[in-house]
Ligand binder design. Sequence first.
Ligand SMILES: CC(C)(COP(=O)(O)OP(=O)(O)OC[C@H]1O[C@@H](n2cnc3c(N)ncnc32)[C@H](O)[C@@H]1OP(=O)(O)O)[C@@H](O)C(=O)NCCC(=O)NCCS
Length: 168
Amino acid sequence: MTSKIHPTAFIHETAVVDEGAQISAGVKIWHFCHVMPGAKIGKNSSLGQGCYVASSVVIGEDCKIQNGVSLYDGVVLEDQVFIGPHAVFTNVKFPRAHRKGKFETTLIKKGCTIGAGAVIICGTTCGEWSMVAASACVTRDVPPGVTVMGVPAVVKKSRNHHLEKLNI
Ligand SMILES: CC(C)(COP(=O)(O)OP(=O)(O)OC[C@H]1O[C@@H](n2cnc3c(N)ncnc32)[C@H](O)[C@@H]1OP(=O)(O)O)[C@@H](O)C(=O)NCCC(=O)NCCS
């Protein structure tokens, strides 16, 4: 398996990008990241310091992933997704040390923002342009365009007023 690393991608010398990863044009991968074989990272997306990307993960275009985020098998990020520092993804709903659990899909739709330190329980979808507040815990699907906060995360604003600033 050979890696497809576009010549315009920047990979810091301390990062490990395994053979078979697909890294598109303009991607930036900063210090101490690890990208597994088969992972796909779309154009102009960036991984901050100390991120991990598992083999079946797909990251869209123009995504920004801040420091210390692990994207486990089953996580899909569409285009223009922002992941705040140290947000936590999961991929097994009932993990046990003595058996392998079933990986579930977590889908983060276009333009969604996940705040710093938020926890996303697997099997959920965060809708287009939705906003997950810092430190929230997402346990159910998040509708498009809303802001959710708290543990468990609930809709606090039915239309995310920050969208107006983006002209969306
Ligand atoms: C959710 C967020 C976008 C603010 O949204 P907002 O609509 O402007 O919210 P406001 O500041 O007007 O606050 C509205 C209410 O939500 C509460 N609130 C704000 N952020 C909260 C959070 N993360 N968790 C729980 N409650 C929160 C406020 O205390 C306020 O409560 P009140 O109505 O009882 O007074 C922001 O607080 C946030 O979490 N941003 C993410 C920051 C981040 O992670 N950045 C990463 C890059 S550094």
